[in-house]
Design a protein around this ligand. Structure first.
Ligand code: ZN
Length: 357
């Protein structure tokens, strides 16, 4: 198989990072440098997803400062339990241009969560509610999300949301309720959705069958499902987005899945600061990652010479959008296309999904 070459990047083309989290504390203080490196590799648009109420404000601030950043807001399934433990951060929101909970109450706005949700009904939620009373708080938080969407028409999408059945201690019924609320918001507001799914594929298909295709579509981020499922997901208006997991040696399932995606449905993303890609060093052929025990300083120096490690953050183990070159190179290799073609394809798809054309 031919090797993609970073020098194939044409000066006029741009990368599209379809999903990341620039608001995360590990990288958010380095954003000027991160954006400089992003421009240095021919970076275009970055989609930045909020994952929990305390980070929504920062996501909107970042999108205000850097005009090539598209903000999306949502509640990631991992953070659902925080709602019940009083860490929603709602108290911080009043002076930021967001509608306060009080303003929301006065406007009477917001979707009511309970009546719109499918799932196992009140019993499952009630069981969960016995461990900590979070349903009211969750509903109030979703109402505040609706109010923020109302007040900020520049918000480009809903998410990160989804189903994570790999994490055992987060109630799947509650996850499904929250996910459905996000899907309803996306449908009502004609926005795309950024979806996280691990081990929840069967449930996702049941939900999609029930709801039908999303009017504005969405993306499955860091796709880890099978190749067989790709055509079905595409039929429901979804794009399939691949992260640094495609750079990992031996990850045959994800490579097979990537090869099965229609050219007009493929996206790439960094999921920064998570999922640091492994970079094949062009001088030594060695695959390097801070997760690996690098044998000596020589290999680090060699790889730095290739320019493939684009960031000092890399050696600290944090990912950033400029590392999309490694993901794009791996994806181009898997498809057997030039890097410039992969870049152009994913750029066009990103522009279409987020209606930037
Ligand atoms: Zn993410």
């Amino acid at each position: 198989m031919r090797q993609a070459n970073l020098t194939e990047i044409s000066p006029g083309a741009a990368f599209f990072d379809a999903h990341c989290h620039l608001q995360e504390p590990e990288i958010t203080d380095s954003l000027d440098d991160i954006m400089e490196r992003w421009q240095g590799i021919g970076g275009g648009t970055i989609v930045c997803c909020g994952t929990r109420e305390p980070d929504w404000r920062r996501v909107l601030e970042i999108a205000d400062i850097y005009k090539n950043v598209l903000p999306c807001l949502g509640l990631h399934p991992w953070f659902i339990p925080d709602i019940g433990h009083g860490t929603s951060g709602a108290q911080d929101l009043d002076n930021t241009g967001y509608a306060s909970p009080m303003a929301l109450k006065m406007s009477g706005g917001g979707a009511s969560m309970t009546p719109k949700m499918p799932g196992s009904g009140a019993s499952g939620a009630a069981e969960f509610g016995n461990s900590f009373d979070c349903l009211d708080k969750l509903e109030a938080m979703l109402e505040r999300l609706e109010a923020i969407l109302d007040a900020n028409p520049s918000i480009a999408g809903i998410g990160e949301t989804g189903l994570d059945l790999l994490v055992k201690d987060i109630d799947p019924v509650l996850q499904e309720r929250v996910f459905m609320a996000h899907m309803t918001m996306a449908r009502e507001r004609n926005l795309p959705v950024s979806i996280h799914v691990r081990k929840g594929w069967d449930r996702l298909m049941v939900i999609l069958k029930k709801t039908g295709a999303l009017p504005r579509g969405g993306l499955i981020h860091s796709y880890s499902g099978s190749a067989d499922m790709v055509p079905m997901l595409e039929r429901y208006g979804l794009y399939i987005s691949f992260s640094g997991s495609v750079t990992k040696q031996g990850n045959k399932k994800v490579k097979k899945a990537l090869a099965s995606v229609s050219p007009d449905r493929l996206l790439i993303e960094t999921d920064s600061p998570a999922i640091l890609p492994e970079s094949p060093c062009r001088l030594t052929g060695e695959r390097t990652s801070p997760d690996w025990n690098m044998p000596d300083e020589v290999s680090r120096t060699s790889c730095r010479l290739t320019g493939e490690r684009t960031s000092p953050l890399y050696l600290q183990g944090w990912n950033e959008p400029a590392n999309i070159t490694m993901i794009a190179a791996s994806a181009a290799n898997i498809l057997g296309v030039p890097l410039s073609r992969l870049m152009e394809m994913t750029w066009q798809n990103g522009i279409r999904l987020f209606s930037l054309g």
